[in-house]
Write a protein that binds this ligand. Structure first.
Ligand code: KG4
Ligand code: ZN
Length: 334
């Protein structure tokens, strides 16, 4: 089945083309095109994303990317997928309206389907080399807007074990980066600078690491960094980056591993923009192998926002007969 997917929930304009086959027990995907146009340079002077600028850029980028993807070929599609939320409402509408337009003009026979962005992240592990016996699985989704731990009984049934009670972990990477004068988005910048620092230089708190539940809290860690910088005038920024990164990752890994042990998970899945972080990937991989659980994370290009993951989620949703109204839902949940 041929799928074209569109993603405009935040500051990346992305369109992907994928081939999908197989049923819910063993779906297979081949991404044939994956175009992402990042607006990072446009939002950087503002230190974060400006929704109306994002909307303007998506409107400008979508037709260009679509043309580039199509070339001179006529395309036969089965599914046309578009992200409907969660995300910035004006940005989401640009994708939805564009999907409706090309549906009418180019692919009237294809099924037009709305996709939950978080299901996109969650299912991105299907773009990693895989094995059988995945479930039960523990899935950690870590992005700029979400920090969520799920227990998956199958590809289509899960229970939320916990989530952040305040800031998402990616958001805190971005905010701490700003405190030490690193550009937006902060996650990759912190990771880069941290390689030159000592992660034991400052003993930042690991909020809620030992609480019995599976919720997270990151705003206290952010405030600790702020106070540390206020009280210490001569600091090595690389040490702050490394120590902060270590504290955040320790909490994520500890809780994920604890859940995997408690529920005897056969696999651990990691997704979302923060999953691009090499230290987090490495730590979870090592811990998974100690538990004799498989570890799945998509290649880095499918961790941060992209449309290939939306194509994957669209296929799963199609197989299970899912339906979403084609309207922007800024606060859609899993
Ligand atoms: O999934 P994503 O692209 O967008 C949302 O759905 O939010 O995630 C973006 C977030 C940003 O906060 C960014 O700083 C963070 O992911 N991020 C990272 C890394 N790469 C991106 N955080 C830590 N380390 C990274 N290498
Ligand atoms: Zn995302």
């Amino acid at each position: 089945m041929k799928i074209l997917a569109i993603e405009t929930s935040c500051d990346e304009t992305a369109i992907a083309l994928a081939e999908a086959s197989g049923g819910l027990r063993a779906p297979r995907f081949k991404v044939t095109k994956n175009i992402i146009s990042s607006q990072v340079e446009i939002h950087r002077p503002w230190g974060g994303i400006v929704p109306n600028l994002a909307k303007r850029e998506h409107i400008k980028n979508l037709p260009t990317i679509f043309k580039r993807l199509l070339g001179n070929k006529k395309l036969k599609l089965n599914l046309l997928a578009v992200t409907i939320g969660p995300g910035l409402e004006p940005a989401l509408w640009t994708g939805i309206n564009f999907a409706k337009k090309i549906h009418k003009e180019h692919f009237p026979k294809a099924r037009l389907i709305g996709v939950n962005h978080l299901e996109g992240h969650l299912y991105s592990f299907l773009l990693a080399p895989k094995s059988k016996n995945l479930f039960p699985a523990v899935a950690l989704i870590v992005s700029g807007g979400h920090t969520t731990l799920l227990l998956m009984k199958s590809l289509t049934s899960w229970k939320k074990l916990g989530e952040t009670r305040d800031d998402a972990v990616g958001e805190v990477f971005d905010k701490v980066a700003r405190m030490i004068r690193l550009p937006y988005p902060g996650g990759p910048e912190i990771e880069k600078l941290a390689t030159k620092g000592d992660e034991n230089a400052v003993d930042f708190p690991r909020p809620m690491m030992h609480t019995k539940n599976y919720d997270f809290s990151f705003s206290g860690l952010k405030t600790s960094v702020l106070y540390y910088l206020r009280d210490h005038k001569r600091v090595r920024r690389a040490d702050i980056a490394a120590s902060f990164q270590q504290a955040a990752i320790d909490v994520l890994v500890e809780k994920t591993v604890r859940a995997a042990k408690e529920f005897r998970a056969k696999s651990i899945m990691l997704s979302g923009g923060v999953a691009a972080n090499k230290i987090l990937r490495r730590k979870l991989k090592i811990k998974s192998s100690k538990l004799k659980a498989s570890f799945f994370v998509a290649p880095t290009k499918f961790n941060t926002d992209n449309a290939a993951m939306i194509a994957v989620a669209a296929y799963i949703s199609h197989l299970r007969g899912g339906k979403h109204a084609l309207r922007a839902q800024a606060n859609l949940t899993l």
